[in-house]
Design a protein around this ligand. Structure first.
Ligand code: GLA
Length: 305
């Protein structure tokens, strides 16, 4: 331990995230309900002459350099291992940035760290992302979802029932966010395009209804809200694709699935399904695409309870 401190070696570990509901509203100051999940990215490093990142997944260098300058950290030789598959919709980039941040600055306030990681993501990619993914990875809580108000940055842990399994299904359509109309959708919504705003306003109402239904353990209502969220993302925000729509409809039809929708930025990516725990094996076997079954986890800046 002492020798590793003397050499300046550090390690940071951070989870990926799912978003239960509240899609494409974070950058407009809406409320969202993500959760950190039990797939982690680990970064280790030590000070060096120049930045380098060794990882199975390319592209980490730009993230590390930009985050380093956000955090005021000099060049590091970094090595990354990850259980968070890239481009599968559980935010491998937020997990990487938050792992680097907690490795380099473990003493930092989790909210400040999340904001620094959001700025780094925006600068490294040019995509004007909101703060949801970095917040969930930094400050999510095991056994809970995180209700986050993206205007005030107030957040609260909402108990998430054990009987619900979270499945993240890979649509097979992988796109890097920088190649999608993400920024365009953001501009349209900010310019009060009526169709885009209809999604935003209805989605925010669904987040509140979802939290209320979680409290009452009304799982069919959760499913109904997921379905409505998908329809709104498909028809009003127009971030779905025919492949994803077909996958979501297949998920809806499988026994034990309460509901499913496109998750994350969209334009391909992944589908979130909430499934009765007793039926999850059959669900995964029936859906016909690779699926990760996730449990909620603690964020990188949360001390385990
Ligand atoms: C990506 C962004 C988030 C959020 C979602 C859509 O995951 O990183 O900030 O905007 O898309 O809800």
């Amino acid at each position: 331990m002492e020798s590793s401190q003397a050499s300046g070696r550090w390690t940071g570990r951070a989870p990926g995230r799912v978003n239960l509901i509240g899609e494409h509203v974070d950058y407009l100051g809406g409320v969202v309900l993500p959760a950190a999940v039990d797939r982690h990215t680990t970064a280790t490093g030590l000070p060096a002459e120049a930045w380098s990142v060794a990882s199975e997944v390319p592209g980490g260098l730009a993230y590390a350099q930009v985050l380093g300058s956000e955090l005021g950290a000099g060049p590091q030789m970094v090595s990354v291992t990850s259980e968070v598959p890239p481009k599968a919709g559980i935010s491998s980039s937020a997990a990487l940035l938050v792992a680097l941040s907690v490795g380099l600055r473990p003493e930092m306030d989790g909210m400040e760290a999340a904001l620094a990681c959001q700025r780094a993501e925006q600068k490294a990619t040019g995509v004007q992302v909101g703060v949801m993914d970095q917040f969930a990875s930094a400050l999510g809580r095991r056994g809970h979802a995180m209700l986050l108000d993206c205007t005030t940055l107030e957040y609260q842990a909402v108990p998430f029932p054990d009987e619900l399994a979270i499945a993240v299904i890979d649509s097979g359509e992988h796109r890097s966010l920088a190649d999608t109309p993400y920024n365009e959708r953001r501009r349209e919504a900010e310019a009060f395009d009526p169709k885009r705003r209809r999604h935003v306003d209805s989605e925010i109402a669904r987040v509140h209804a979802f939290v209320y239904a979680l409290g009452r353990r009304d799982f069919s209502e959760l499913g109904r809200l997921l379905k409505q969220s998908h329809e709104s993302l498909r028809d009003d925000f127009e971030v779905s694709t025919p492949t994803v729509d077909a996958l979501v409809e297949k998920a809806w039809s499988i026994e034990g699935c309460y509901g499913a929708r496109i998750m994350g930025a969209g334009f391909g990516g992944s589908v979130l399904a909430l499934v009765e725990r007793a039926q999850i094996k059959t669900f995964v076997a029936s859906i016909g695409q690779p699926a990760l079954v996730c449990a909620t986890a603690d964020g990188a800046y949360v001390a385990p309870q």
